[in-house]
Design a protein around this ligand. Sequence first.
Ligand code: 16G
Length: 241
Amino acid sequence: MIDKNSPIPIYHQLEEYIKAQIDNGDLEPDEAIPSERVYADMFQISRMTIRQALTNLVNDGYLYRQKGKGTFVNKKKVEQRLQGLTSFTEDMKERGFTPGSRLVSFEIIPSGREIAERLKLSENTPVYEIKRVRLADNVPMALETTYLPANLVKGLTEEIINQSLYQYIEEKLSLTIHEATQQIEASIAKEQELRLLEIEKGSPVLLILRTSHLKDGTPFEFVKSAYRADRYKFVHTMQRG
Ligand code: 16G
C-alpha cells in the first residue's frame, strides 16, 4: 500500500491511504485514527512522515484534532452547488440536516459607505444588521452578517430571523427574490469567527460576499459570511463554447 520506491512522497501516499479508508468507511466520522506508532509499525515509516501526512489531512479538513484526546475523522464536507439561488434553510433541508441559527446581534443601523454602495442606498439610510451563526444539526457551519434596507424588508423580528429570512421575504412580504452575485475568497478565521464557529486558531474559512436582487433589480440584501472550510466545499459545473 505504501511503495517506498515510488516517486510519490511517502507522506502523500499515507494521506491517500487514510483518505481511501475514510471513503470506504473503514474509518468513520468522529472515530479516532490509529496512533502514529501504529502507522509507523504498519508501514515502517518515520513519525515525521506520519505527522506531515496527518497535518495535511487536518488542514484539508479530513481530520480534526482534539487537545489531549487525539486525531479524529471529520464528517464529509457539505457540497454546495453554485447554481440556483437557494437559502441556507433550503440547502440544509435538502441534505437532510436540521437548519438552525444562533443569533449574535440584531439591530437597525445607519448604512455606512460600503453598505450604502452595495445596497444602492444613500449613506445613513436605516438598514438591519443581522449577525447569525448558521447551524446544521446544531453544528456551526457559517457566520453570516446580513444587511437589509429597513424600509424594504419590513417588520423583521428575532423570531423571523431565527427561521428563514428568504421564506419571510417571499411568503410574508410577497417580494420576488431573483438573482445574486457573490464572490468567494479564502481566509484564516479571525477572533470572533474562531469563537462562534468553534474552530481552532489558524483554521481556514471561505469568505463570501453576496448581493441579492429582487425581480425589478432592487438590491435587498448584502451578506458577508465566513464558511468553515473544513465543512464546506463549493462545486460548479461549467460548459464550454
Ligand atoms: C444563504 C445565503 C444568504 C441568505 C441566506 C438566507 C450566502 C452565501 N448565502 O445563507 O445570502 O441570506 O441563505 O437563509 O450568503 P435563510 O432563508 O435560511 O435565512
